[in-house]
Design a protein around this ligand. Structure first.
Ligand code: AQP
Length: 332
């Protein structure tokens, strides 16, 4: 049986990278798979979060997922901290994973920066909690952006070592699903950095809550180079900002980059940016409006999360009980 798990952090505004790299694919997968989608609030606190802002962000991200088209009846939609089995399995994963494996995680190095001694232990162990998020449901597939590929490989390593250490065939070796033309959306200010919620500059990203005017302004200011757009995909080599904008256009229009360039190749960026703005607004505006409507009724959002938590706990608890039995943790 195929089962999908994926998560998103409530660390700030959802942005176009989250939407094109993950959420839109989730919406497309929901008809064909059993899916669990999680607002991973325990991951968020690996770096400092203001408590009131975090509570608001958990509801806002949930509203974003619903507004983007996730059906809470078809899928299990919940926030991570309401299913204690994630943290309980994470402890087992901490004991299975090796320090050397975690030392190789590039996201920790990027997020901790130079001041590594001062990073939280949670930030270092984050990939083990992510492995637990997936393995507690024995998920077979995880749709993610390319930035999460290394963490997925670690999840497979943990699953394999657990199976070997205990001589069982218990955890599946989960496969990543990296789909679409925008698996790594880059910052609008710097084509070598991924678009991220935690980038200090709001002009680096398009938020799902941005108005049409803000989207237009941000794309107008987006970094480009002086050449017109190339006619072929090869012509994007060595032009990261151009490649990023063409990739975004392709993903939003559901075309390949070659098809986009066949239409817009040779155009100056000014004209292309106008077209891209119209396209981005036409996709994001309805989501934005629906998010605002949903956020007006926080009680209804909480009800969706409560229902999801109940269903997620019902799947996770028997799997945790099996894991405890395999490991030898007595359940008197
Ligand atoms: N720039 C991106 N391009 C494509 N996919 C992306 N994702 C994130 N950024 C991009 C995908 O979105 C899903 C949810 O990500 P997340 O919020 O849980 O964590 P993240 O990858 O750490 O996202 P951010 O925005 O960069 O958050 P901060 O700044 O808080 O770290 C994942 O599937 C991810 O691949």
């Amino acid at each position: 049986m195929n089962r999908i798990f994926s998560g998103v952090q409530p660390t700030g505004n959802l942005h176009l990278g989250n939407y094109l790299g993950a959420i839109r694919n989730w919406v497309r997968l929901q008809s064909d798979y059993e899916c669990l989608f999680c607002v991973v609030d325990q991951h968020a606190i690996t770096v400092w979060q203001d408590p009131a802002t975090l509570r608001h962000a958990i509801r806002e991200v949930t509203a974003g997922l619903l507004a983007a088209g996730l059906d809470p009846k078809k899928n299990v939609l919940f926030n991570q901290s309401t299913v204690p089995a994630h943290a309980q399995l994470a402890w087992v994963c901490n004991c299975v994973a090796r320090m050397g494996w975690l030392n190789r995680m590039t996201q920790f190095k990027e997020k901790a920066g130079k001041n590594r001694e001062n990073a939280s232990v949670g930030l270092f162990a984050y990939p083990n909690l992510m492995a637990a998020d997936i393995l507690i449901y024995k998920a077979t597939h995880v749709p993610v952006g390319e930035d999460q590929k290394q963490h997925l490989e670690l999840t497979r390593d943990i699953a394999q070592k657990f199976n070997n250490d205990y001589g069982v065939d218990f955890f599946p070796l989960t496969e990543p699903l990296i789909l679409g033309e925008a698996t790594r959306v880059m910052s609008l200010r710097d084509g070598s950095k991924k678009m991220s919620k935690s980038d200090e500059s709001d002009f680096s990203r398009i938020n799902m809550t941005d108005t049409a005017d803000t989207i237009a302004q941000k794309l107008k200011k987006a970094k480009t180079d002086p050449e017109p757009l190339p006619e072929t995909v090869e012509g994007l080599d060595g032009r990261p900002e151009a490649a990023n904008l063409v990739g975004i256009y392709a993903a939003l229009a559901d075309l390949t980059r070659a098809e986009v360039l066949a239409r817009v190749g040779g155009q100056p960026f000014s004209a292309f940016k106008n077209e891209l703005t119209d396209l981005a607004v036409s996709v994001l505006q309805p989501i934005n409006t629906e998010m605002a409507r949903l956020m007006a009724d926080p009680g209804a959002i909480d009800a969706v999360l409560r229902d999801g938590a109940e269903r997620a706990n019902a799947i996770a608890q028997p799997i945790l009980a099996d894991i405890y039995d395999i490991v030898g943790l007595l359940r008197p």
